[in-house]
Design a protein around this ligand. Structure first.
Ligand code: ASP
Length: 385
């Protein structure tokens, strides 16, 4: 068969062409960079941006987390015009394999390298898109540095038709070296958008599928580079109180959903906290969560679509006077009172999240629980971050 293929010169030329294209798709060695350019460290975790198909150049399936960090940057020579890139392979997995233990390790690594290395302008984290918004938010809350940290992924594999990874990575590098990016917290750069990690969400699984919602777009990356229009005002970066250096594991926090006719969860061993996606609870759900709060579980309610602002109560706002019983005390009312079940002390308060998705409210609750179990204190964290 091979012999038959080589029989005509036309077929030989076609074969040579195919192998040249295939070879040029192979990663090359590190490209030469200008030593005057800013330094950026790329930490690769895996995902579709590192995905390779069985049939390259097709619409076919792929294995996420296959290319190494070095191979990813070697496939975009244009990067060398903007930065001197160094790489580190943190993991090479689909992001559904990323766990809270890895958030901890990644955050500690990013913070340490930014603190230890004055010469680094910023860090880029490549990541699968399924869990990208959670990892980005965790880093936003915990990396105590004002240097830019950019989280980037792709919706099409590296070997696919029109992959989006290379252009996203190029945009991420341009943001990481931009002086305007300093102090803006962790950002996600995808599809020419610069989105705050606090607000970013994956809304669909195609290119363009990362949104900042109503409040998260900080700017865009155009032909001339990044243009910032907005900055986050909630606490993050250098100002974060979440110092993880002595934290070895995160508290167990569940995520629940409230729905019409819902009766609330039952746990054999209750978690330390629960984030409940709810626009309003049924009576049965309320009773279950009240009992859990009495048992010491911190419960945070969060709008299912993440956009609630008005329900957050400021624990420091003046409280109404406690109501006194207006009924006159008579022998009859005293007899009736003596048969009543004594009233229970009020349950510890419910915490409400401000403009966060349920998954992100869960992350902030995990971090707040590393510092306190007092729901009023935790409410203050939800008002600050
Ligand atoms: N399954 C992939 C992941 O999250 C999807 C992606 O990267 O887009 O790792």
């Amino acid at each position: 068969m091979t012999f038959a293929l080589f029989r005509t010169p036309l077929r030989l030329v076609a074969l040579l062409l195919v192998s040249t294209v295939a070879l040029s798709a192979q990663p090359s060695g590190p490209a030469k960079t200008n030593p005057r350019l800013p330094k950026v460290l790329l930490i690769a975790t895996g995902g579709t941006i590192a995905g390779v198909q069985d049939a390259p150049g097709s619409l076919g399936s792929y294995r996420a987390g296959t290319l190494t960090a070095e191979q990813i940057i070697a496939s975009v020579p244009e990067l060398t015009r903007f930065a001197q890139l160094e790489t580190e392979q943190f993991s090479n997995v689909p992001s559904t394999s990323i766990t809270p233990a890895q958030w901890l390790a990644l955050s500690k690594r990013v913070e340490k390298v930014l603190k230890d290395r004055d010469d680094l302008a910023g860090v880029i984290v490549t990541h699968g898109t399924d869990r990208l918004e959670e990892t980005a938010f965790f880093l936003y809350l915990t990396v105590r540095s004002d240097k830019p940290v950019i989280v980037v992924g792709a919706q099409r594999p590296a070997t696919g038709i029109s992959p989006d990874g290379p252009i996203n990575l190029l945009a991420a590098v341009r943001v990481a070296v931009a002086p305007q990016a300093v102090g803006k917290g962790v950002m996600v750069v995808m599809d020419d958008r610069i989105i705050s990690a606090r607000e970013v969400r994956k809304i669909y699984q195609r290119t363009g599928g990362f949104s900042g919602g109503e409040m998260g777009m900080l700017g865009v990356v155009g032909g001339n580079g990044p243009d910032f229009l907005f900055a986050p005002t909630r606490r993050h970066g250098e100002d974060s109180e979440f110092d993880l250096r002595k934290v070895d594991s995160l508290p167990r926090v569940a995520l629940e959903y409230s729905y019409p006719g819902g009766t609330g969860p039952r746990y054999d061993s209750p978690p330390a906290g629960i984030a409940v996606a709810s626009n309003g609870m049924t009576r049965a759900e309320s009773e279950v969560y009240t009992a859990l709060r009495r048992a010491g579980v911190v419960v945070v309610t969060v709008f299912a679509y993440g956009d609630n602002m008005s329900a957050s109560r400021d624990p420091d706002a003046p409280r109404p006077e406690p109501r006194t019983d207006p009924r006159p005390v008579t022998p009859d009312s005293m007899r009736a009172d003596s048969t009543r079940v004594p009233p229970q002390p009020p349950a510890p308060s419910m915490v409400s999240a401000q403009h966060l998705t349920p998954a992100k409210a869960r992350i902030l609750l995990m971090l707040a629980l590393t510092r306190t179990k007092d729901p009023l204190e935790i409410q203050r964290y939800f008002l600050r971050y």
